[in-house]
Design a protein around this ligand. Structure first.
Ligand code: SAH
Ligand code: SF4
Length: 406
């Protein structure tokens, strides 16, 4: 059953949200996950194969009385080119007895395609139904330069309540399991490789805050970059966070994948409002941590995302402050145009102003890109995923000086 982190009767101020979401759930996520800490498939005695990394799969296969070489063949069936097996009858290369054992004891699939929607720019939004009936969204974005990106979800909804984000309106329903995350990338390959060519990039920029579900996200990312399996380059698997500092540090230590940080404001005052996680981990702490941690990473650049909101974070002074904030941090900056959605308070910054903002940063030596919206006519763009329903996260009080801008 869906678990909302607040109810309609909860006071809409920050502190109730803060206590419930940031203090308790960040320490020990209490929400039900489909497969919280193992590979058992709930409601069934079968083991979920995509919950396991290769050493775990190998161990399990051996525990069933089979050789490690058979585990590798199975791994290649699950993740290897042009197989991406979802059912027992796609395990053709494996020996008969081993296949029988798998069909009795293991399950290959945890997502069901509910619908696929195509935007006018070719972006596809896939809706998946999970084992418990909840729905997640995954976006596949073809790009003319031979690059295709799959944008995966890490949670159903999100607890962070960023005020500009549609997913944030849902609140957090639950974390996704490793299998549910990995399978989004497998499905993208299965469904679209013949049409778009190889799916080359993964971004954890769909529904949810990946570092709120860090265990499953780090494991899913490691399965995605496995050289015998999906073979994504670690540089091309990017996990994006709103700025959960302890988890960010852990990620930089444990994973070789890329990091993106959604900055979206240049003062604590604005960030506290539009991204309430900033009240726990403020700009100084977030950027200081990055500055410190990246000293030890060789040729590593963090990507800063900056969603431009008219009259809120797009002034000349914001540009100047942004230059100072990122000074000394090896980084690239993506300026993202705000994707409106129903009920949103904000307006997108006009294109000419985004260009001016970009130019100020570029002249100061920043590596900066403008990122036009993709898939927005089918609600497939950044911050447009999900279905909030009747019970929604609270809208926070607009600071006095921004009342005119919203
Ligand atoms: N929770 C993570 C990843 C998912 S959000 C994070 O916040 O980083 C992915 C990106 O979408 C973030 O950079 C976020 O700032 C951006 N985003 C959210 N809502 C948006 C909107 N309405 N328009 C444009 N970008 C948005
Ligand atoms: Fe969650 Fe990211 Fe949306 Fe913020 S922007 S509510 S962290 S998904």
């Amino acid at each position: 059953m869906a678990l909302l982190r607040w109810t309609l009767s909860s006071p809409p101020g920050f502190f109730s949200l803060h206590r419930r979401c940031f203090s308790s759930t960040l320490r020990r996520p209490p929400l039900a996950s489909a497969q919280p800490c193992g590979s058992e498939n709930p409601g069934s005695s079968k083991v979920l194969l995509k919950e396991m990394d290769f050493p775990e799969l190998e161990k399990w296969v051996q525990s069933q009385g089979y050789r490690s070489g058979q585990a590798m063949m199975l791994w290649k069936c699950l993740y290897g080119n042009n197989i991406w097996a979802h059912s027992d009858d796609e395990l053709a290369g494996l020996n008969k007895e081993f296949r029988k054992m798998l069909s009795d004891n293991a399950s290959l699939k945890s997502l069901i395609v509910k619908d696929i929607r195509e935007s006018s720019d070719g972006t596809r939004k896939i809706l998946f139904t999970l084992g418990d009936g909840m729905v997640i969204e995954t976006v596949v974005i073809p790009c003319s330069r031979g690059r295709t990106t799959v944008c995966v979800s890490s949670q159903v909804g999100c607890a962070m309540n960023c005020q500009f984000c549609y997913t944030g309106r849902m609140g957090l329903r639950r974390h996704l399991s490793t299998a549910e995350i990995v399978e989004q990338a497998v499905f993208a390959r299965r469904l679209f490789t013949s049409e778009f060519g190889s799916i080359t990039n993964v971004v954890f920029m769909g529904m949810g805050e990946p570092f709120h579900n860090i265990e499953n996200v780090i494991k899913a990312a490691s399965i995605m970059v496995d050289e015998q399996g999906l073979q994504f380059s670690p540089r091309k698997v990017t996990v994006s966070t709103s700025g959960l500092v302890p988890q960010l540090k852990r990620f930089l230590h444990e994973s070789n994948c890329s990091l993106a940080v959604s900055l979206n404001a240049t003062t604590d005052e604005v960030r506290n409002w539009i991204m309430p996680i900033n009240r726990k981990y403020n700009l100084g702490l977030l950027l200081g941590t990055l500055r410190e941690e990246l000293r030890f990473k060789h040729r590593y650049k963090v990507l800063f995302e900056y969603v431009m909101l008219a009259g809120i974070n797009d002034s000349f002074d914001d540009a100047k402050r942004l230059i100072e904030l990122v000074r000394g941090i090896p980084c690239k900056i993506n300026l993202i145009s705000f994707n409106p959605h129903s009920g949103s308070l904000f307006k997108p910054t006009p294109e000419e102003k985004m260009i001016e903002f970009r130019n100020i940063l570029a002249e100061a030596g920043c590596v900066v890109f403008l990122r036009p919206s993709r898939g927005d006519d089918k609600m497939a763009a950044c911050g447009q995923l999900g279905e909030p329903g009747d019970i929604q996260a609270p809208i926070l009080r607009v600071p006095e000086q921004f009342q005119m801008a919203v």
